[in-house]
Design a protein around this ligand. Sequence first.
Ligand code: PNS
Length: 160
Amino acid sequence: MKRIAVVPGSFDPVTLGHLDVIERAARIFDELHVLVVHNPDKSALLPMPQRVSLLERSIADGGLPDNIVVAQWNVGLLVDYCTDVGASVLVKGIRSQVDVAYETPMAIMNRSLAGVETVFLLPDPAHAHVSSSLVRQVAALGGDVSPYVPHVVATFLQEG
Ligand code: PNS
């Protein structure tokens, strides 16, 4: 049976830390859906289609495995998307104990709602300090974000 997993996130924008987790997950599962999800708790910088486009281009430019699908999910539960595509696992990257504390209740809720398990992967520690929110802040204040994001994202943020 095909093992299908979903990596959900805001990806506002995608960072090198995200790409690292996506690549590791794509090597574990048969099919990996990278899902751009609207997070009502966060005010967005980029519109969803822009985030999807930057993800697709970053994955292609990075030479990641070809079992990756990028999609977006605007309405309804994340586990409804999982059910729709036959995915039984969510994958999240964990940078610190703060991430564990944030992710644990959601993981248990998603298992309770639909039996979808969550797998936590550890990214390269080189990316431990990288988050989309800090990238947005550095970019907004005129800093160089190229060490933290894929080339297409750095170019987009610096031109935009
Ligand atoms: O990159 P982010 O913003 O940390 O990602 C958070 C995200 C989008 C994964 C999270 O907000 C989420 O899982 N949203 C789905 C909403 C949902 O299904 N909630 C109920 C069960 S926890």
